[in-house]
Ligand binder design. Structure first.
Ligand code: ZN
Length: 133
């Protein structure tokens, strides 16, 4: 298992972590199997999609439209309900096939860490399991 750390720089944003996850897969020595990428956080998420600045902007705008600032019950505690809702909606992790010792992503797929309540340091766990199937 590898644990990666990323310092996000803004309140919200998408960070392409494909290269770091790929290095963790290489380092595992697994040639064929499954890679779990997991963000152990309640206000961040992992998604698989195209890494392109305009699209990142579109994702941020779409998340903001889905969960606009409002009178959420959780905001009586720490004022970041929107971040929790976005994280729960997008999900904490993704599973990616590993073939020939590398991530078997689609041509336009990248591993994106979504920050919804930054800036802060985020951890991402990468676990690679061997499978002959
Ligand atoms: Zn909270």
């Amino acid at each position: 298992m590898a644990e990666l750390r990323f310092k996000t720089k803004k309140k919200t944003g998408l960070l392409d972590i494909t290269g770091d996850v790929g290095k963790a897969v290489s380092g595992s020595g697994v040639k064929s199997g499954i890679c779990l990428v997991f963000a152990p956080h309640a206000t961040a998420a992992i998604i698989l999609n195209e890494s392109e600045p305009n699209l990142s902007e579109d994702f941020e705008a779409a998340f903001a439209r889905l969960f606009p600032p409002g009178a959420y019950a959780h905001n009586r505690i720490d004022g970041n309900a929107e971040a929790h809702l976005k994280s729960g909606f997008a999900g904490a992790g993704a599973c990616i096939p590993v073939e020939n010792g590398a991530l078997a992503l689609g041509t336009w797929q990248s591993v994106l860490l979504c920050e919804f309540d930054g800036p802060r340091e985020r951890r991402v766990i990468v676990k690679v399991v061997e499978s002959d199937d």
